[in-house]
Design a protein around this ligand. Structure first.
Ligand code: ADP
Length: 256
């Protein structure tokens, strides 16, 4: 499913709203955490009040994690794009996924040779792919396969514009798949079909915001009872290949 324009502008509006709220909320949360921390420092650790404050701090910390995901969705969190070589990046990620997903999910990787480098925030891309993988695991309660493929391709626009070099990162699972009614809403913040306490509904909206902010696109192909493929497409940086060293630390990397 490619996002329709209508759907995209709805997400845009939701993003602006949640981004504004999350931003203010985050500032106030900073005041709460800062003062609780100061208060806690005045107490001996064996005091009851110390532990109560610790509970409050833990709760506030979870709120901070939620707002940081909302800020990613609304594209308000700054990215640090750097040149990414897939040959170096993917094997480490696969190991991490194997550890995270457990024995019942078998993870495979197919990597095109001589992929063009992309300019992307490494930590955010890792977080996005972990998100997709954890959703895939949740969709395969009896276990299954998680296949990651990374392929380069050239997109020749019908408009006659210059051809673009792209990299597709596809995450395929053999899980439950999604009916159209779920598929239509997956990128909305707080949309979840999981039990209370199991899902926040912020995973895919965060991935969506990150991919948009990185100049890429995201597409979902899902067949009920067969599985789901989510493909993140990022633009490659062929033109600048000669000056890649300069790109490694872009001075103006901070997006607003
Ligand atoms: P959460 O995982 O907290 O529910 P997400 O935004 O990551 O939030 O996902 C939203 C919903 O999309 C999930 O609750 C689930 O119904 C559906 N979903 C996401 N990924 C998959 C998948 N790989 N297979 C089946 N359903 C999925």
């Amino acid at each position: 499913l490619e996002l329709s324009l209508l759907h995209a502008s709805k997400l845009e509006a939701v993003g602006r709203l949640t981004g504004g709220i999350a931003h203010d909320f985050n500032n106030m949360l900073g005041i709460v955490i800062g003062n609780l921390d100061l208060l806690q420092r005045t107490l001996p650790p064996d005091e009851k009040a110390y532990r109560r404050i610790q509970h409050a701090l833990d709760g506030a910390q979870r709120c901070a994690e939620l707002t940081s995901r909302l800020l990613t969705f609304s594209r308000r969190s700054p990215l640090q794009p750097k040149v990414l070589e897939f040959e170096a990046f993917m094997p480490g990620l696969i190991k991490l996924l194997e550890r995270t997903l457990g024995e019942r999910v078998s993870v495979t990787l197919a990597l095109d040779e001589a992929l063009p480098p992309v300019l992307v925030d490494h930590a955010q891309l890792e977080a996005a792919l972990i998100n997709l993988a954890v959703n895939a695991r949740d969709a395969m309660p009896e276990g299954g396969r998680l296949d990651l493929t990374v392929r380069g391709r050239t997109d020749v626009p019908a408009s006659g514009a210059a051809p673009a070099s792209l990299v597709d990162i596809a995450v395929t699972d053999t899980g439950t798949g999604m009916p159209p009614s779920v598929l239509a809403r997956v990128f909305e913040p707080f949309f979840t079909t999981k039990e209370v306490g199991k899902g926040t509904g912020l995973g895919l909206s965060m991935v969506y915001g990150f991919v948009q902010q990185s100049g890429g696109t995201i597409a979902i192909d899902s067949v009920p009872d067969q599985g789901t493929t989510i493909t993140i497409t990022l633009p490659a940086r062929l033109g600048e290949a000669a000056g890649l060293d300069d790109l490694a630390e872009p001075a103006d990397a901070q997006a607003v």
